[in-house]
Design a protein around this ligand. Structure first.
Ligand code: CP
Ligand code: NVA
Length: 304
C-alpha cells in the first residue's frame, strides 16, 4: 500500500494489519516504551480546513515515532491549486519529506496529490471521506464491543464524509450499517452499492431514526453542518429536526448501546449534552484512538 486514501480501496488484510498494529503500539506506548521507527523522517501536513484532533494527533504521533511533522495552511503555502497546482506541490514536497497528509475540500485534490507524489499520501478528511476517523472508530468498537462481525452500527444524521467511511468500514469488517437521514441528506446510492458489493446486504438506509436504533450496538452521529456548508446552516438545522441523538431517541435503543461522535460535537443539535456526557458515550476513547491508529498508519506507510 503506497497511500491511505479510502477504506474502500484497502483489502481486509491490510486494514486488519493496521488495526493489529494500532492495538500493539497503543499497548507499547501505554507501557511507557517507544518505537522510534520514523527517526529523521518528516510528514508534511496540508490543511485547507480547521482541525483539532487530526492535526494534534498526527503531530504527536510523528513526534512519538521519532519524526517531525510540518504544519502548512493556506496562509503559508497558498490554497492548493491556486498559488500552484497540486501536481507541482506533490512533486516538490516529495523531494523534501517522507509523507504528505492532506485535509481538503475536494477529494480530487487528494487523488491528484497522490498521483504526483512519490511518497505516501494520507487522506485526513475530504468532502468525500474520512478514513482515519473510521479506522479509529473501528478500533474503539473492538475495545468496547469485542468481535466486530454481526454488530449493528446505526448512523443518525447527515449522509456525509464520515458516514461514507463508516459504511465502507462496516462492510469490510462484517458489521451491519444503517444510515438514517432526512430526505435529501441520505448517503448516495453509489456508496451503499459499493458497501453492499463488498459484503452483500450489510448497508442500508432509512428516514426513521427510531427504527434505526432498534437493536443497535452503536449509535453514531456527526455534525449536521460540515466544514464548507456553513451558509446552509439555518436550512439544515430545520431539515434535521427529529434526527438528534438525544434522550428521546435513546429511549428506543438498547440500554447498553454505545454512542459515538467523531467530534467536534454541537450539543443541542445532532447530540444532546446529556447523551454526550452519559455512560453510553465513548466519544473520548474514540478521540484518543485517533492518535493510536495514526501512529500505526504512519509506521505502516513510512517506517520502511
Ligand atoms: N474528528 C476530527 O477529524 O476532528 P478534527 O476536525 O478536529 O480534526
Ligand atoms: N463531517 C464533518 C467532520 C468533521 C471531523 C466535516 O466534514 O466537517
Amino acid at each position: 500500500m503506497k497511500s491511505f486514501l479510502s477504506i474502500r480501496d484497502c483489502s481486509f488484510d491490510q486494514l486488519n494489519e493496521l488495526l493489529d498494529l494500532a492495538h500493539s503500539l497503543k499497548k507499547l506506548y501505554k507501557s511507557g516504551k517507544r518505537d522510534l521507527c520514523l527517526s529523521g523522517k518528516v510528514l508534511a501536513m496540508l490543511f485547507e480546513k480547521t482541525s483539532l484532533r487530526t492535526r494534534a494527533s498526527f503531530q504527536v504521533a510523528m513526534n512519538d515515532l521519532g519524526g517531525f511533522a510540518m504544519n502548512m495552511k493556506p496562509d503559508d503555502i497558498g490554497v492548493i491549486g491556486q498559488r500552484e497546482p497540486a501536481k507541482d506541490m506533490a512533486r516538490v514536497l516529495s523531494r523534501y519529506v517522507n509523507g504528505i497528509m492532506a485535509r481538503t475540500f475536494a477529494h480530487q485534490t487528494i487523488l491528484e496529490l497522490d498521483r504526483w507524489s512519490s511518497v505516501p499520501v494520507i487522506n485526513a478528511l475530504s468532502d468525500w471521506s474520512h478514513p482515519c476517523q473510521a479506522m479509529a472508530d473501528v478500533m474503539t468498537i473492538q475495545e468496547h464491543c469485542g468481535k466486530l462481525p454481526g454488530l449493528k452500527l446505526a448512523y443518525i444524521g447527515d449522509g456525509n464524509n464520515v458516514a461514507r467511511s463508516l459504511a465502507f468500514a462496516c462492510a469490510k469488517f462484517g458489521m451491519t450499517f444503517i444510515c438514517s437521514s432526512p430526505a435529501n441528506y441520505e448517503l448516495d446510492a453509489e456508496t451503499l452499492n459499493t458497501a453492499n458489493a463488498i459484503r452483500k446486504g450489510c448497508a442500508c438506509q432509512n428516514n426513521d431514526p427510531v427504527a434505526a436504533v432498534k437493536n443497535a450496538n452503536i449509535i453514531y452521529t456527526d455534525t449536521w453542518v460540515s466544514m464548507g456548508q456553513e451558509q446552509e446552516k439555518a436550512q439544515r438545522v430545520k431539515d434535521f429536526q427529529g434526527f438528534a441523538v438525544d434522550e428521546k431517541l435513546m429511549a428506543h435503543a438498547p440500554k447498553n448501546v454505545k454512542v459515538m461522535h467523531c467530534l467536534p460535537a454541537y450539543r443541542g443539535f445532532e447530540i444532546s449534552d446529556g447523551v454526550a456526557e452519559s455512560a453510553n458515550s465513548i466519544i473520548f476513547d474514540e478521540a484518543e484512538n485517533r492518535l493510536h491508529f495514526q501512529r500505526a498508519l504512519l509506521k505502516y506507510l513510512m517506517g520502511k
